[in-house]
Design a protein around this ligand. Sequence first.
Ligand SMILES: Cc1cc2nc3c(=O)[nH]c(=O)nc-3n(C[C@H](O)[C@H](O)[C@H](O)COP(=O)(O)O)c2cc1C
Length: 369
Amino acid sequence: MGDNTFGNHLKITSFGESHGVLIGVIVDGMPAGINFSLDLIQKELNMRKPGQSHLATPRDELDKAQILSGIFNNKTTGAPICLIIKNEDIDSTKYEKFRELLRPSHIDYSALKKYGGFADYRGSGRFSGRITAGFVMAGALAKQILRKHNIYIIAYTKGIGSIVDDRYYDFKELERWFSIREKSMVRSLNPELSKDMIKKIEIVRNAGDSIGGLIKCVAINFPAGVGGPLFNSIESNLSKAIFSIPAIKGIEFGAGFNAAKMKGSEHNDPWIIKDGKILTEKNDSGGIIGGISTGMPIEFTVAIKPTPSVEVSQKTVNIKTMKEDLIQIEGKHDPCIVPRAVIVVEAMTAIVLLDYLLLEGKISSVIES
Ligand SMILES: Cc1cc2nc3c(=O)[nH]c(=O)nc-3n(C[C@H](O)[C@H](O)[C@H](O)COP(=O)(O)O)c2cc1C
């Protein structure tokens, strides 16, 4: 399998370039018979869209989802589903100079070594965050099926720079949290911290710089007993999916790196019985033990690096002259990738979890809705 297809039973194939004609995804392996809602897909895409607020890149794109195949009489048919968005706001002139002047911590040098200078460099081509619009469209479909099985996924901004939301959310009133997140420009669940996070992004943006952050993702009601102890562990497959999102630099499940500082008696999640069900009293395991789901919420946090394209002057190399040089990056860029990546993390999680349920026969290949 090459670089562009992901999944086992449910496969997504990503295609398109940032400044080409379009961006798209082919979703193969979806059950037949599901009511198809382009509106639901569009709602999710709008949360990733550029230009949503002054905190995102001003690239002016409608990101209007179009369906090309796999739907008949408004239902999924079981055939591959092809979804696209067109690219409209294209100005590739700013990218010419990066063929010589390497952007620090961007893809110019590694792509040159890999593709010998033939890769589409316009708008960073296949390396652009825009590629993730395809992930979001596929994820919206996957979520629709998961919801029918009472499985819900919510991701939110946990941190921007050193501003971190350490509150623990039990997500009992999920719709309320979705609505709070929608109202927050940074996709936070904490209105007070949201203001500080916005301020932080404004400060770095005004200084021509960028900032990173944290996204937390929680999947609720995923059944116990799914996954595998080794190469099919839920952590392995989720990590692979999450690291396919550009700019992600870390992932931790449950207590994550904090577990390294804890004693066994602190980290262990005591088993309890509640309403006749076996649960754990807390969830430092992040809903996964031995690579297999426990039935507790699957919980993980990802670290997003600061956007590499910054206006402040940085040291680099000119590969034509083979001399060290300085670079200042203009153009349309996100001062912080985190708010737009929240829905992408949610989408990739939905794709992985649905893939498991289809593969392990927990969801059938025909679902009438
Ligand atoms: C939603 C989203 C938006 C992004 N926007 C930008 C951007 O405006 N400018 C930029 O330089 N990088 C942006 N990136 C990140 C780059 O695509 C990424 O850093 C680059 O391809 C290098 O890959 P790596 O960071 O995973 O190593 C964005 C990523 C995502 C997920």
